[in-house]
Design a binder for this molecule. Structure first.
Ligand code: NAD
Ligand code: AHE
Ligand code: ZN
Length: 368
């Protein structure tokens, strides 16, 4: 079949809207009509050429929602008409990782996914007879896409696609990092570095679990009002203080219980670690840093009781947890609508990247 898609033909170039050929679902695969997709900073990161796994041409996009249109041989858990959210972190429920209680990083298809192909090693997309790669196993910047059955969460049918697509990455990543990965306790003091599409969800996650004090840090002063709306109690603009780390240590009387880096800046990752309280403070890296970047700190920071952790997809097991997060949204336990600042057709998708780079959007959503 044919599908309209925004294709990344080369790093650093705008996406091009073209008609691709799409092969139908093979055994264990599912054809999904994508109804809406968010544009995450990670899409911009890969498009920039900084992603060591980035390969082109590819159909980017990993924050979608849609409807199952066809299933391949052997697919048992989904049928045409089901509403689904694609999962860049799948859940096979069989691999060593899925069976381990301490991780959500299902590895059953990770190597082919990282190479931009389906588990059989080939791509379903092609343009003028040449293969075009998948991305993060999702490729939601195509109106139709093919995914493995284990990479789809079935969700309730009354939930709006143009909002729940954000649960496919940003919402789950932010709230999950607080609730699933770090297990922040009620009464905690939390610092959140970077108040974009991820950091604001960390803030609402921290409020949800009952954190007492939530300190937001961002260079963009426009982020303060939104942060406060989502539960932030204090705002720090690094431009207004000499040393962010020292400032947070002083304002909290020794440091925070938990900190989260939601930018992808290795210098800020160090600040986040070092503002964690001596003896027990834990810092969680969510931001994705480019090829060749490394984190550093004095080992004494860890010797004296701080821990450095990380979180992918908020520690969520997608097929199990994503439907529950959709329920939280439908039950008004979390706010998604306020964070979707822009909506556009696929033909305007490059505007979403411009708005993100200018700091004018939180989330842009493309509606097909
Ligand atoms: P975003 O662009 O919406 O937000 C980034 C925010 O950081 C902006 O508000 C910006 O003003 C602020 N910022 C930039 N430099 C800063 C600095 N030096 N100090 C303080 N604030 C600064 O991006 P996003 O979509 O929220 O994504 C954030 C990061 O999380 C990206 O690196 C993305 O790739 C990553 N990410 C990781 C996961 C995961 O599973 N680990 C999932 C999604 C996104
Ligand atoms: N490909 C990059 C790493 C990119 C990365 O860290 N991805 C996150 C999700 S970001 C979503 O917006 C993730 O889940 N990583 C776990 C995994 O297995 O990819 C690189 O550095 O190679
Ligand atoms: Zn993302």
């Amino acid at each position: 079949m044919k599908t309209q898609a925004a294709v990344a033909f080369a790093a650093g170039k705008p996406l091009e809207i073209v008609e691709l050929d799409l092969q139908g679902p093979q055994a264990g695969e599912v054809l999904v009509e994508i109804k809406a997709t968010g544009v995450c900073h990670t899409d911009a990161f890969t498009l920039s050429g900084d992603d060591p796994e980035g390969a082109f041409p590819a159909v980017l996009g990993h924050e979608g929602a849609g409807i199952v249109r066809e299933v391949g041989a052997g697919v048992t858990s989904l049928k045409p008409g089901d509403h689904v959210i694609p999962l860049y972190t799948p859940e096979c429920r069989e691999c060593e990782y899925c069976l381990h209680p301490k991780t959500n990083l299902c590895q059953s298809i990770r190597s082919t996914q990282g190479q931009g192909v389906m588990p059989d090693g080939t791509s379903r997309f092609s343009f003028e007879g040449k293969p075009v790669l998948h991305y993060m196993g999702c490729s939601t910047f195509s109106n139709y896409t093919v995914l493995p059955e284990i990479a789809l969460a079935k969700v309730r049918e009354d939930a709006p696609f143009d909002k729940i697509c954000y649960i496919g990455c940003g919402v789950t990543t932010g709230i999950g990092a607080v609730a699933f990965t770090m297990k922040v306790e009620p009464g905690s003091t939390v610092a959140v570095f970077g108040l974009g599409g991820i950091g604001l969800n960390v803030i609402q996650g921290a409020r949800m679990v009952g954190a007492d004090r939530i300190i937001g840090v961002d260079l963009n002063p426009a982020r303060e009002a939104l942060g406060r709306q989502f539960g932030m109690t204090d705002f720090v603009n690094p431009k207004d203080v000499d040393d962010v780390t020292q400032h947070i240590i002083e304002m909290t009387g020794g440091g925070v219980d938990y900190s989260f880096e939601c930018i992808g800046n290795v210098n800020v990752m160090r600040q986040a670690l070092e503002c964690a309280h001596k003896g027990w403070g834990q810092s969680c890296i969510i931001g994705v840093a480019g090829a060749g970047q490394e984190i550093s700190t004095r080992p004494f920071q860890l010797v004296t009781g701080r821990s450095w952790r990380g979180s992918a997809f908020g520690g969520a097991r997608g097929r199990t947890d994503v439907p529950k997060i959709v329920d939280w949204y439908m039950d008004n336990k979390i706010d998604i609508d306020t964070l979707i600042t822009h909506t556009m057709p696929l033909s305007d998708i490059n505007t979403a990247f411009d708005l993100m780079h200018k700091g004018e959007s939180i989330r842009s959503v493309v509606v097909y």
